[in-house]
Design a protein around this ligand. Structure first.
Ligand code: NAD
Length: 396
C-alpha cells in the first residue's frame, strides 16, 4: 500500500456497544499515531453508515448504503464496530453481505496472549497463532433450503433419482444445504497464509480440514493447499510427505506446511498450541477454531479481526453488539482497539501499532480493566470502557 501522511479512513461506528467502543478506539489510535510520529502523520476519520444507524440516516430499509460500499472501494482500508443482524427482510447478515459484495475472502484472526489476561488454560502464553479462515465458500455460503420448501423436496428427489444417493434416508423433515469448495477459492486463501508466514518469519502453516470424511471438499482443500505450496513456493515433501518444507526467501529459515484434521486440531490447541503458528482453514472450521482460540486468550472482548480481499482490508471487532450492556460505558474496547492495531500494521505504521500493544498490555498488567476481564482476575479494578481507553493511552 502507498499510504499518504494523512490517510482518510472510513469507519462504521456499529450498533449496540459500537457507540461505546468505537470512539474509544479512535482516541487510542490518534494517541498512538501522535506518540509515534508527532504531527507528521494523522488519520482523517470519515464516518460511513451501516446497520441501525444507517436506517436512521438513510431511511427504514437501508441497512448497507451504496455510499458505504463506495467508500470501502475508494479508500481500501476501513474499520467497523459490530452490526445488528436485521430480523426478517432479505438480508441474512450485514457482515456476510459486506464480505460477499466486496469479495473479502480472508477472515484474518490473530490469537495472541497478553500477560495478565484471565484464561481457562494453564499456559495461555504458549498460544500465538494467526488464523486464515476462508470467507466465501463452504456450507457457510448459505446455499440451503428449509424442509418445508418445494426446492428441498426437488433437490432430494434429484439426488435420489439422478445422483445415486441411495444410502441416506431423507425424512420429510429434511432441510438441505450445499457445500461448495473450489480450487481457486482454496488457492487464494492458502497463498495468502503462506505469504504471511514468509513476511512475518513464521515457522509453519497448518491446513485444518475434515478431509478424512468430506473427501471432495475438505480433502480437496488439503490436496490443493499442498499442491500450491509446491508449485508456487517451491515446497518439497518432508520425509516422503504429505508434510512439506519450503525455505523462507527472506530469512533462509524453514517453513513447514502440514495438515491436521479439524477435530484433532481442537484438542491440539488445548494440549500443544505451541506447535501451531499460521492456520489456513475452511469457513466453518475457521469459525469454530477462531472462537475457541479467542477464549483461550481472554475472550471475544479482546479478540481482533479483519476481512481482506486482494485490495481491501476491513478491520473489525469480532464480538457482536452486546445489547445487554450497550450505552453503559461498560464494554471492553479491546477487540476493536486491537483490530485498529492490525490496521496500523497493514498501513505499515508499525511504531503506532507497537504503541497500542504496549499500552494495552500495560493496562492489563496494571489490573485496571473492564468488567468482563476484572471479574475473572484477582485483585483487578473494574474501570469503564472510556477509562480503559485512557489507561491504554497512559501505558503507551
Ligand atoms: P455478542 O458478542 O454481542 O455477545 C455475547 C456475550 O459477550 C454477551 O454476554 C455480551 O455481553 C458479551 N460481550 C460481547 N462483546 C463484549 C465486549 N466488547 N465487552 C464485554 N462483553 C462483551 O453476541 P450475540 O449476543 O450473539 O449477538 C448480539 C447481536 O450482535 C446480534 O444481532 C448478532 O447478529 C450481532 N453480531 C454481530 C457481529 C458483527 O457485527 N461482527 C458478530 C456477532 C454478532
Amino acid at each position: 500500500l502507498r499510504v499518504p501522511a494523512k490517510p482518510v479512513i472510513p469507519f462504521i461506528e456499529g450498533d449496540g456497544i459500537g457507540a461505546d467502543v468505537t470512539p474509544v478506539m479512535r482516541e487510542v489510535v490518534d494517541a498512538a499515531v501522535h506518540k509515534a510520529y508527532g504531527d507528521t502523520r494523522a488519520i482523517a476519520w470519515m464516518e460511513v453508515y451501516a446497520g441501525e444507524k444507517a436506517t436512521r440516516v438513510y431511511g427504514d430499509d437501508v441497512w448497507l448504503p451504496d455510499e458505504t460500499m463506495d467508500a470501502m472501494r475508494e479508500y481500501l482500508v476501513a474499520i467497523k464496530g459490530p452490526l445488528t443482524t436485521p430480523v426478517g427482510g432479505g438480508i441474512r447478515s450485514l457482515n456476510v453481505a459486506l464480505r460477499q459484495t466486496l469479495d473479502l475472502y480472508v477472515c484474518l484472526r490473530p490469537v495472541r496472549y497478553y500477560d495478565g489476561t484471565p484464561s481457562p488454560v494453564k499456559a495461555p502464553e504458549k498460544t500465538d497463532m494467526v488464523i486464515f479462515r476462508e470467507n466465501s465458500e463452504d456450507i457457510y455460503a448459505g446455499i440451503e433450503w428449509a424442509a418445508e420448501t418445494a426446492e428441498a423436496r426437488k433437490l432430494i428427489a434429484y439426488l435420489q433419482a439422478e445422483m445415486g444417493v441411495t444410502n441416506i434416508r431423507f425424512p420429510e423433515s429434511s432441510g438441505v444445504g450445499i457445500k461448495p469448495v473450489s480450487r481457486e477459492g482454496t488457492e487464494r486463501l492458502v497463498r495468502k497464509a503462506i505469504q504471511y508466514a514468509i513476511d512475518n518469519g513464521r515457522k509453519s502453516v497448518t491446513l485444518v480440514h475434515k478431509g478424512n470424511i468430506m473427501k471432495f471438499t475438505e480433502g480437496a482443500f488439503k490436496a490443493w493447499g499442498y499442491a500450491l505450496a509446491q508449485r508456487e513456493f517451491g515446497a518439497q515433501p518432508l520425509d516422503g510427505g504429505p508434510w512439506m518444507r519450503l525455505t523462507n526467501p527472506r530469512t533462509g529459515d524453514d517453513i513447514v506446511i502440514k495438515d491436521v484434521i479439524a477435530d484433532a486440531f481442537l484438542q491440539e490447541i488445548l494440549l500443544n498450541p505451541q506447535n501451531y503458528e499460521v492456520i489456513a482453514t475452511l469457513n466453518l472450521n475457521g469459525d469454530y477454531i477462531s472462537d475457541a482460540l479467542a477464549a483461550q486468550v481472554g475472550g471475544i472482548g479482546i479478540a481482533p479481526g479483519a476481512n481482506l480481499s486482494d485490495s481491501i482490508g476491513i478491520f473489525e471487532a469480532t464480538h457482536g453488539t452486546a445489547p445487554m450492556i450497550a450505552g453503559q460505558d461498560k464494554a471492553n474496547p479491546g477487540s476493536i482497539v486491537l483490530s485498529a492495531e492490525m490496521m496500523l500494521r497493514h498501513l505499515g505504521w508499525i511504531e503506532a501499532a507497537d504503541a497500542i500493544v504496549s499500552g494495552l498490555s500495560g493496562a492489563i498488567k496494571a489490573g485496571r480493566v473492564t468488567d468482563d476481564l476484572a471479574r475473572l482476575m484477582t485483585g483487578a479494578e473494574t474501570v469503564s470502557c472510556s477509562e480503559f481507553g485512557r489507561c491504554i493511552v497512559a501505558h503507551m
